[in-house]
Design a protein around this ligand. Structure first.
Ligand SMILES: [Zn+2]
Length: 260
């Protein structure tokens, strides 16, 4: 198990908390001995300052979205639990809070936050028997009061249905990941624009954002994956659901196959 996840599970069990939505997150922070302040921050979303005995966590009060606010607080709490002897002052921006490709400590803090907000056991129970799709992701995000993005990463790790993720910024693919032993080979387009017939490209080229009801879009296998010479696109059913943040010009494409 990752150190971040382990630390989160230990902390929650020490606090005697099974369900993180049953108690305000602020109380958990106070209970651990840190002080939480909310005020406007100009260049970061969250910050932690370690004193000799105390630590102050500040969360940007301009964050309007509760799921993100919770993630930032849990991320800083992760630094408090895991890195208190390693850092003195630390600022978090949207870049450090991002799940892909980050330094060691950021990854740990993100894994910590993910586990505090969406404990594995509860998350798995909530997924069980539910068909994968945008509706399930929205349900999970509501249930755990988390952002859709952090919910998707958790689902990638623990969900029943294998999914692939492609993260694009400014019409360029930054990172992608697929489950181990995924049966389809991804065409690596890192640093290139998303495929022309992808839903992500529709956003970058035409600013198209689908309504909730239509957010699950059928695509070809060949859109994101290699189509073998003996394969036919018509024999596969692939879907793409895009989590779009127009403010940052980012798209997280969730791609999955449904077997006929
Ligand atoms: Zn951080």
């Amino acid at each position: 198990m990752s150190p971040g996840k382990l630390a989160a599970q230990q902390m929650m069990s020490e606090c005697g908390i099974d369900d993180p939505t049953s108690i305000p997150l602020d109380l958990i922070v106070y209970g651990r001995g840190a002080t939480l302040i909310e005020k406007p921050l100009s260049n970061s979303e969250g910050r932690i300052v370690f004193g000799k005995t105390k630590a102050i966590i500040t969360v940007n009060s301009d964050i309007s979205y509760e799921g993100k606010r919770r993630f930032v607080i849990a991320h800083e709490l992760g630094h408090f639990e895991l890195h208190r002897n390693l850092i003195l002052v630390h600022n978090d921006t949207d870049a450090t809070l991002e799940y892909f490709k980050n330094g060691h400590q950021e990854t740990e803090a993100n894994e910590f936050a993910s586990e505090v907000l969406m404990p594995e056991k509860l998350f798995k129970a909530e997924c069980k028997g539910n068909k994968f799709g945008p509706d399930l992701l929205r349900h999970l995000a509501e249930r755990f009061q988390t952002s859709l993005t952090s919910t998707v990463y958790k689902y990638f790790e623990l969900g029943d249905h294998p999914i692939c993720l492609f993260y694009s910024f400014n019409n360029q693919i930054k990172y992608w990941k697929r489950p181990e032993e995924y049966p389809h080979y991804i065409n690596d387009r890192t640093k290139l624009p998303p495929p022309e017939d992808s839903v992500a490209a529709e956003f970058f080229n035409e600013q198209k954002i689908y309504r909730k009801e239509d957010s699950k879009q059928q695509i070809w296998k060949s859109t994101w994956f290699e189509l073998k010479s003996w394969e036919n696109d018509n024999d596969f059913r692939f879907y793409e659901y895009c989590i779009i943040t127009p403010k940052y010009n980012t798209v997280l494409s969730v791609v999955w196959e449904e077997l006929k």
